[in-house]
Each structure stands twice: as C-alpha cells, then as structure tokens.
Design a protein around this ligand. Structure first.
Ligand code: FAD
Ligand code: NAP
Length: 543
C-alpha cells in the first residue's frame, strides 16, 4: 500500500514534468550527458529501464564479464580529480568493478536525484505545434522536453533468436545481456551455451570450471587473443596518473581512441620471419593491440591472412584434440567480426566436461523441454545460456516508437538502414540527438572517449543555441545524405565489410545489410565534428 502511494506520487510528479532535456539511458553516456547539462544550468532528467546506473555493466553480469580495453583507458577523462582518485585493480576490470565505478560517478556528481529508474521509454514524439518532444514511459508518465537525447547504447538490445520450442524449455534460460542479479550457480549442472562471440568467450571458461558438463554450440568460430590480465600495481597506477593527460592525448590521435602501439609497416612488405616475431610479441603482450601490428591488415586480404594463419596456428597448439582445434580455428578474416580477448578460452576445450557442437551447417533445430536439439540429437541441459549478442546500434532506439515531423516514424525512416548526420542527429527529427548513434565511430573505438566527445559536442551545440536565443536544431537532408555516402564509401574499402557481422546487422533476421559504424577513425571524425561546429553548425538548420 505504502509502496503504491509513493509510486503514484512519483508518477504524478513526472506527469507534470517539463524539461529542457530528457536523456534516455543512464549508462556511461547518459550519466555524463546529465552531468554536463546540469552544469550548464539546464533542467534535465534521465530515464533508465534498469534499477541502477551503469548500462552495459548493470545488465551484463554473466560470469567473466570484463572490459577488453584496458581499464586505465576505458574510463572517463572529463574530470581530473575523478581520474586521479579512482584506482583500477586489474588490467581489464571485471563487471563488478566497472559497475562500482559507474555508481561512484553517479554519487560523486550527485546525479541520482535526476534519474528515474525502472522506467522504460516506449514512445518519443515531436509535437510540432509546441516545438517540444513528448516522451512516454511504460509506467504511464508523459514528459515534455525541448531536447530528447538517446543514450540508449549500441549493445543494449539483447538478441533472442526465435528458436522453436524455447517457451517449452523446463530448465533455466539466461541471456548474457540481461543476467540475473542473484548469483547463478552452475555447480553440478549440464549447461548449453549458444554462441561463441565475446560474451561466450569470456563466460565459457568460468561456466566450465563449475558445471558438470558444458555443450558449446558454435555457428561461427571466432578469433581471440589472450588478455594476459594482471592485477595493477601501485607503481603502475602512479606512473599512469603522473601524466594521464599525455596518455589521453596520444589515444585521441589513434584510429580507435586507444593508446597502443600502431605500426605503420605493411605486413606484405615485411619478411615472413620478422612478421612472425612481431605477431609473437603482440600475442605475448595480449589484447586488441594485436591487430595494430601492420597497417594493411584490415584492407588487404593477403596481409590479413598472415595474421589469421598465425592465430589459427596458436589455436591448434592450445587445443589437444585436432578435430576440435580445426573447428575452433576460424576460417574468415581476422578482425572482420569484433576480435575477442580471452582468458583461457581455447584451453577450456581440453577439459573432459566440455563438448563443442558445430552448428554451422546443421542449425539448432529446436529447443525441447529437456534441452537443445540439433538434427536428431538432443543435448539434455539443466540450463541454457544464450550468448547470442545484440540488435546492435539501432536496436535500442528502434524499440522506442520515435516520431518526428508530421508523425514520421523513425522505424520507417530507417527501413533501408539507418541514416544520420555524424551519427548524432536525423533529418526530420528536430532536437533529437543520439550518443554514439549509427554513422559514428562508437563500437570501432574505445567507447569512453567517444561518448565524451559526443556528449561535449551536443552540450556545446545546446549552449550555442541558447546564447543566440535559438531553440531548434535539425540536420538538413543533403547534409545527412552526404554523411551517409561518406560512411558507406569508407566501409566498402575495408575487409570489415566482408563477413556476416553485427556491424552489418546480419545477425538479426530481416535487418538491412548496412555497415553501421563510421570506419574513418576517431581523429578524422572529431575533426569533422569540430569543423561543423566552427562553421556555425554547418549542415544543420537552426531556428
Ligand atoms: P549502455 O551502457 O548500453 O547504456 C544504455 C542504457 O540505456 C541502458 O542502461 C539501458 O537500460 C538504457 N535504455 C535503453 N533503451 C531504453 C529505453 N527505451 N528506456 C529507458 N532506458 C533505456 N566498449 C569498449 O569500448 N570497451 C570494452 O571493453 C567494452 N566491453 C563491453 C562488454 C560487453 C559485455 C558489452 C555488451 C559491451 C562492451 N562495450 C565495450 C561496449 C559498451 O556498450 C560501451 O563501452 C558503453 O558501456 C556504452 O555506454 P552507453 O551509456 O552508451 O550505453
Ligand atoms: P556476438 O559477438 O554477436 O556473438 C553472438 C554469438 O551468438 C555468435 O557466435 C553468433 O553466431 C551466435 N548466434 C546468434 N544467433 C545464433 C543462432 N540462432 N544459432 C547459433 N548461434 C547463434 O555477441 P556478444 O558475444 O554478446 O558480443 C557483442 C559485442 O559486445 C562484442 O562484439 C563486443 O563489442 C561487446 N562485448 C565485449 C566484451 C569484452 O570482451 N569486453 C564482452 C562481451 C561483449 P554467428 O557469429 O554465426 O552469428
């Protein structure tokens, strides 16, 4: 009863609410956006479907979840005191630590009071008469705001494949991207894991260490580079903090926004022995920097083959059973799908309780009450883990009924694939922004600096409008078309275009095959955004 009254009170307060800006999502993007707007004195409110902050790190609580960009770089840089006071414990922080960090940021900047949790936005429509966005939630609230900012995440809409019979399954079924808060124990259980992307690569070794038996259903083998995760020492942390600004500045000059050793050499112009030494060195250092070995790896198939062969050789060395090793050795281009970073993934297949089931030719036919059926073989399982990824980049936004001028539906507008100006805004949808939207570098980069760059750009744009007594900003159709053509042209020139990845939307049945992120690199993208702003928001219509 008490609870109901409180809830009712809260809804009616929201119902009356008019804001300068509504932000959808309270992950790293939503948190920083809220902070920036509050600092500018704007009335902003964030609406978050989860019960807490942290986004990715709130939802992805599966065993083994951790970042694969080093923690000292996968962190905010907008506040020097924050940067100095936070101590990362490991080279790659695990999910609980990343979630603590997000909570620390929310508390430190006193953001919680402006966030409505357990609140999912279901509709956002631009009211042309009022010139305002009307935002509706699953709790029946209607808010109005001058600006609507989607901080809904690139990898936040879980992909639940439509397996026949899934609803008849009698065991426990989990998706890595919405893992329960209560501890899940697989001790003594038979577990079926579907998928072999990053989430599976991280979780399978830990699940296998607990479970009685694990069946891994693999449709496409994936490349993974060892993480060589280590605890960070005080001396290392001190050395980073002593000159954080220089590290961050160096990172901003790289394609990915990550400070690591990118070589300008070409694989095909390097003698084979020297090349192997270079790959060996990077393999032992670990992590995503492996692909920085040569400049031509992502543009020349023959160059790429040299790196792919090297990694396949390593997999064959690690996996004892040659048949299993061959199945685990990927056949496609390395780096075409997102490279994985692992801790003991391939070695896990040497355990007697782990079985690899190849579903590349014969797909999972159905889920039965007892387990997973492939062909005429049923794999009985007490639990199923769906490590089946996300409807990436557009999924979370399009799960909201977004309406622009004349009631135009964003779902309709993006039917043939997403189109944006700079990944930030959409023609026909005034005062709507997306943080790390399709057409921005986002998922091809360290996302923390990318998020900060977007948030700062949006905040500066709103400040620009306010200073000139303006209230509306919207990209022109030609500017949007031009950007779309540029994004597509660059995408076509890389090997990333050549496989069925989620970058292209291929993992979602019916999704248009469009390479969604901007592949021109972080510095080039930032330069373009800065130029647009310096020219009075060129390509945008202001009123
Ligand atoms: P998110 O963290 O996804 O937050 C979006 C929030 O919006 C969510 O909390 C969601 O509940 C909310 N939301 C969505 N729709 C609605 C709605 N309709 N109504 C209300 N709320 C809504 N990137 C890296 O750079 N390095 C890494 O190492 C890395 N590791 C990753 C590991 C995993 C397991 C995953 C899934 C992603 C990883 N990423 C990594 C990408 C990661 O998503 C970003 O780094 C970053 O956390 C994104 O922050 P965000 O705030 O933009 O989005
Ligand atoms: P993912 O990379 O999309 O992998 C999904 C897996 O599920 C793939 O192996 C896919 O096979 C498989 N799959 C999907 N539908 C299937 C079906 N119907 N039958 C059989 N197999 C099916 O998803 P993810 O692992 O969650 O990772 C998504 C992204 O999140 C990553 O690429 C990365 O950017 C980020 N992430 C990062 C980390 C990290 O290390 N920090 C960890 C997790 C996630 P196909 O390949 O054949 O489609």
């Amino acid at each position: 009863m008490m609870h109901t009254q409180v809830e009712a009170g809260r809804e009616s307060a929201l119902a009356k609410a008019d804001f300068d800006a509504v932000i959808v999502g309270a992950g790293f993007a939503g948190l920083y956006m809220l902070h920036r707007l509050r600092r500018m004195g704007m009335r902003a409110r964030a609406l978050e479907a989860g019960s807490g902050v942290g986004g990715t790190w709130y939802w992805n609580r599966y065993p083994g979840a951790r970042c694969d960009v080093e923690s000292v770089q996968y962190s905010y840089q907008f506040d020097e005191v924050l940067q100095q006071e936070w101590d990362w414990s490991e080279r790659y922080a695990a999910q609980p630590e990343l979630l603590r960090y997000a909570n620390h940021v929310a508390d430190r900047f006193d953001l919680r009071g402006e966030i409505e949790f357990d609140t999912r936005v279901v509709r956002a429509a631009f009211d042309e008469a009022q010139g305002r966005w009307v935002i509706e939630t699953n709790r029946g609230a209607r808010l109005s705001a001058t600006f609507c900012i989607m901080a809904t995440g690139c990898l936040s809409a879980p992909n639940l494949p439509q397996f026949t019979g899934l609803e008849t399954y009698l065991g426990a079924c989990y998706h890595t991207g919405c893992w329960p808060h209560a501890e899940v124990s697989f001790a003594g259980k038979r577990v079926a894991v579907i998928g072999t992307g990053s989430s599976a690569v991280q979780s399978i070794p830990i699940i296998a260490a607990q479970a009685k038996e694990v069946f891994v259903f693999q449709r496409t083998a994936n490349y993974a580079i060892p993480a060589h995760n280590v605890p960070l020492t005080d001396a290392y942390r001190a050395s980073i903090k002593a000159d954080y600004a220089t590290l961050r500045a160096r990172a901003r000059q790289t394609m990915t926004g990550i400070d690591f050793d990118y070589s300008d050499a070409l694989a095909l112009e390097t003698p084979a022995e020297e090349r192997t030494r270079e790959y060996e060195l990077r393999w032992h250092r670990g992590g995503l920097a492996f692909l920085g070995a040569y400049k031509d790896l992502m543009v020349d198939q023959a160059a790429n083959d040299t790196a792919a062969d090297f990694v396949r050789g390593k997999i064959r060395q690690k996996v004892q059973d040659p048949v299993v090793a061959e199945l685990l050795a990927p056949k496609n281009t390395i780096g075409c799908k997102r490279l994985c970073v692992d801790i003991g993934y391939f070695e896990t297949f040497n355990r007697p309780n782990v079985r690899l089931i190849d579903v590349s030719e014969r797909p999972i036919e159905t889920i039965t009450p007892a387990g997973v059926k492939v062909g005429d073989r049923e794999y009985a399982a007490d639990a199923i883990v769906l490590a089946t990824g996300f409807d990436a980049m557009t999924g979370a936004i399009l799960r909201i009924d977004v309406r622009g001028r004349g009631g135009m539906a964003l779902r309709e507008r993006w039917r043939e694939g997403p189109c944006t100006y700079l990944g930030l805004a959409v023609a026909g949808f005034p005062n709507l922004f997306a943080i790390t939207g399709p057409g921005s570098p986002s998922v091809l980069t360290n996302m923390l600096p990318t998020i900060e760059q977007h948030v700062d750009w949006i905040a500066d744009a709103l400040d620009y409008l306010r200073a000139r007594g303006l209230s509306h900003i919207e990209p022109s159709a030609p500017a949007e078309d031009g950007w779309g053509a540029h994004v597509a042209e660059l995408a076509g020139s890389t090997l990333r275009y050549t496989c069925g990845s989620w970058y292209l939307g291929v993992n979602i049945p019916g999704k248009p095959r469009v390479f969604m992120p901007y592949i021109g690199g972080f510095p080039r993208y930032v330069a373009k955004c800065n130029e647009v702003a310096a020219r009075g928001y060129e390509g945008f219509m202001l009123s």
